[in-house]
Design a protein around this ligand. Sequence first.
Ligand SMILES: CCCCCCCCCCCCCCCC(=O)SCCNC(=O)CCNC(=O)[C@H](O)C(C)(C)COP(=O)(O)OP(=O)(O)OC[C@H]1O[C@@H](n2cnc3c(N)ncnc32)[C@H](O)[C@@H]1OP(=O)(O)O
Ligand SMILES: Cc1cc2nc3c(=O)[nH]c(=O)nc-3n(C[C@H](O)[C@H](O)[C@H](O)COP(=O)(O)OP(=O)(O)OC[C@H]3O[C@@H](n4cnc5c(N)ncnc54)[C@H](O)[C@@H]3O)c2cc1C
Length: 616
Amino acid sequence: MPMNPDLEKERQGGTFDVEQLTHILDGGRDKTLKRHFLEQEVLKDPVFRGPDTRFLSREELFGELLRKHVAVIKKTQELSIDDINEASTIYSAAMNNNVGPLTLHSVAFVAPLDLMADDEQKKKWLIPAKKYEIIGCYAQTELGHGSFIRGLETRADYDVNTQQFVLNTPTETAIKWWVGGCVAVGDIGPKFGFGGVDNGYLCLNNVRIPRDNLLAKTGKVLEDGTYVKPENPKVVYGSMLGIRAALPKVGAYNLSKAVTIAIRYSCVRHQSEIKPGCGEPQVLDYQTQQHKLFPLLATAYAFHTVGVWMLDFHSTVMNEINEGHYHRLAEDHVLAAGLKAVINWKTHEGIEICRFSCGGHGYSLASSLPVIYVNHVANSTAEGETVILLLQTAVYLMKCVIDLEQGTPLDPSVAYLDQSFSKSEQWCSDVDMHSLLKAIQFRSKKFTEYVSSFVKKELMATGNQQLAFNKHKVILVECAKAHTEAVIMNAFVTKVDEILQSNPSVGKVLSLLCQIYGVTEILAHSGDYIQYEYLRKIDLDNIQDQLFKLYTYIRPEAVLLVDAFDFHDEVLKSILGRYDGQVYENMFKWAKASPFNKQDQGTFRKYIQQLKQAKL
Ligand SMILES: CCCCCCCCCCCCCCCC(=O)SCCNC(=O)CCNC(=O)[C@H](O)C(C)(C)COP(=O)(O)OP(=O)(O)OC[C@H]1O[C@@H](n2cnc3c(N)ncnc32)[C@H](O)[C@@H]1OP(=O)(O)O
Ligand SMILES: Cc1cc2nc3c(=O)[nH]c(=O)nc-3n(C[C@H](O)[C@H](O)[C@H](O)COP(=O)(O)OP(=O)(O)OC[C@H]3O[C@@H](n4cnc5c(N)ncnc54)[C@H](O)[C@@H]3O)c2cc1C
């Protein structure tokens, strides 16, 4: 099909090379080429063709995705892929914005085995699990408890005579629930999204398992029942770290998809008039549309940068732990917790804004925005509910205040809490990204000091830390968010600085996005900046004006910036977000293909007939 003329024109503008930016996002040209190769391997293979999943019932969807997921595994093995990013490329090209039925096996069963099984157990389970000879799941949550792990009720009583654990579900609230990939036991019923995953329930009645089934790399139970604690007891929570550390990048990926759809469509869509008789403008030319979408475009880039950084950090810490060094486990945990919470929350809000920005057509599954939303939004609850995770970060920040008072050095990601933000360093009229970073760090530091003073007072009054925290949970959560924003902005500014050196034209456009991200964050909390006397009203007015100016700089680059994410049409699966912009004819074609149009409308006729005949 020919290119839509609006998108064609957009692609003739721009100040940077899209391909070079794509290479930067992928981590190098070689990686982009490999990604293209893998996508083609899926797209050209007939086994991956099938019905449009948007028209399927839950049962049909599950069956179709399971069929495709098995094909994904075979393809991954056939091509000898063991890199997680490359495996994800094959997966994403096949799954059409859905979560595959066997996902939990790899992320929640194989990964903990890798982390917590000893060498013998790895031979027994990890190797066959990686080959899918055994399929597993992660059955932690119960009907009555998910967040509060110490409240779990399932019993594992050790029988010294047989050297077995006897597993039991003593109460109804102890029934294992939400267990992803629990195939053969019992499905918990329809959900908001995640239709491709058979989240299940599991009741245990005197199920016996041998003593050496307990993963024993760190802690273990001896023959006589003695429990040998791990060197660092927190490592038992480690099974929840891997997915959390990966989810910020997943958030970036989903937001990038949504923004690509919304920005392309906003260039194709014309509506209303500004000057009578001069035609209808592209809706992206309305300042309100830019205000919805450009901060989200900036956010997608920020999240991608910090998502990649988080994964690298986590993998370094895991390597250290394998060598017996635990000193960075706490920092890894609170970074993953804070980033997973903030990014996934802002991402699902962002996807919704993208959907609204596409008007009525955003509500249609033809846009795929509802599909992306319902599958993404699970990430704000699963693998640690948002508030619970933010409280973990907040408690760590409170400890940082005590460390500062005692002169104990802080971890690198919180070292800025020890910086002084003197008057001379305060706001000047420019909104360069370094000043924005300082402002965001300043707010986090102030907030941490402020919240800590409240918690301390409460602690003195009650003598109970939990009560003291509970009284101030709302501001503790805000404090964790403020710090996490400082972490995101720091990663973004550092990366853009690096790109400015190696590729100035790409660096320049990314620095505009970085400024938009920082300004949006500051304006969202303008009251705090006034209260802490960091900014005056005149500064805020200036920042607001700068934001609108930044929008005008980004406007001619916007389509190119989403093109740089380089989503193949078959991966995006959105008629509104098509690369060629041919939206309307394809909407009509798609609607005509709906099975509903092919059904015998007998039911409709039957009931309408009854209505007409009824003497109302
Ligand atoms: C790989 C590729 C992936 C690809 C990616 C695609 C995926 C796309 C599909 C997604 C699919 C969704 C899959 C969902 C799968 C589930 O949802 S599985 C179930 C997950 N469940 C949860 O996350 C439960 C959340 N709750 C918790 O984590 C814990 O209960 C809490 C929050 C830590 C509280 O527990 P607690 O016993 O009260 O502990 P607490 O006293 O707060 O902490 C004790 C100490 O441990 C530390 N600690 C706590 N947690 C940790 C931790 N995790 N690590 C280290 N230290 C910790 C604390 O900092 C504290 O340290 P100190 O202060 O003593 O120094
Ligand atoms: C799609 C999906 C897939 C999942 N897959 C799995 C799986 O494979 N295996 C598995 O074991 N589990 C799985 N889960 C379960 C998931 O991990 C839990 O639902 C999650 O950890 C939240 O726990 P909860 O449901 O007990 O929420 P609750 O803790 O009951 O949360 C309810 C509300 O209470 C608030 N709250 C709770 N405690 C506190 C507190 N201390 N302070 C302040 N507020 C609090 C929360 O913020 C929230 O607003 C899955 C869940 C979903 C949605």
